[in-house]
Design a protein around this ligand. Structure first.
Ligand SMILES: [Zn+2]
Length: 210
């Protein structure tokens, strides 16, 4: 029995990956053992495989909702573009994540999933508990939160600088440091990531939407 959870709002992607997983399990003579779990309370805790999408920079962000995952569950993380997400030191909540490009051929995706799934689950690191308190994720400093809050509303560096009472050069420096911290290249990627962080941290002291 394998519980598969697919976290995406992209219905075409969901349809494709669901069919592919069923096909893989059928070919591996494991038909009938794959159960698709609906995203609801408790779903993450019972999933053996989680398929989810990652935007640029998201692989170093803490995903607190994933800390209730099964100890040796596997995440297949699909990303856009050619830049593989940083994965040398993943946050604890993202351990055992295999990143796959969304633009990879169906055969490449298939091989990556089979290669991972055919390995004995015992080969995957197991964690007694995933506590995001100890999670090695990257977070914004209070100063960067102030910058991010303003950048989310206006991308004009001179306006941000005036509001923060700093010079424009320093405002640009804040932006560059944040981009470097999350290993992202463009302003659009930065905006998208900041919006994800904002949602995740909305209930915490890191929230910059207040
Ligand atoms: Zn975490």
């Amino acid at each position: 029995m394998c519980n598969l959870l697919i976290k995406t709002e992209d219905s075409a992607f969901r349809f494709g990956i669901t069919n592919l997983m069923h096909q893989i399990f059928y070919d591996l003579k494991k038909e009938g053992v794959l159960t698709i779990v609906e995203l609801a309370q408790g779903a993450i805790a019972c999933a053996d495989i989680i398929v989810m999408e990652f935007i640029a920079g998201e692989s170093v962000v803490c995903h607190q909702t994933l800390q209730t995952r099964k100890n040796n569950s596997i995440i297949f993380g699909f990303y856009e573009g050619n830049k593989t997400p940083y994965s040398l030191e993943l946050p604890l909540c993202l351990s055992n994540t295999v990143f796959i490009s969304k633009s990879a051929s169906i055969n490449t995706v298939r091989e990556a999933i089979i290669k991972t799934w055919m390995v004995s689950p015992d080969s995957y690191k197991t964690y007694p508990s995933r506590n995001c308190f100890d999670c090695k994720h990257r977070a914004l400093s209070p100063q960067q939160i102030n910058f991010a809050n303003l950048f989310d509303r206006s991308e004009k560096m001179d306006e941000i600088a005036r509001f923060l009472n700093i010079n424009t050069k320093t405002a640009h420096a804040h932006k560059l440091i944040i981009k470097k911290k999350y290993n992202i290249d463009t302003d659009l990627e930065l905006l998208n990531l900041l919006r994800i962080i904002k949602v995740k941290d909305c209930a915490s002291e890191l929230c910059f939407c207040r």
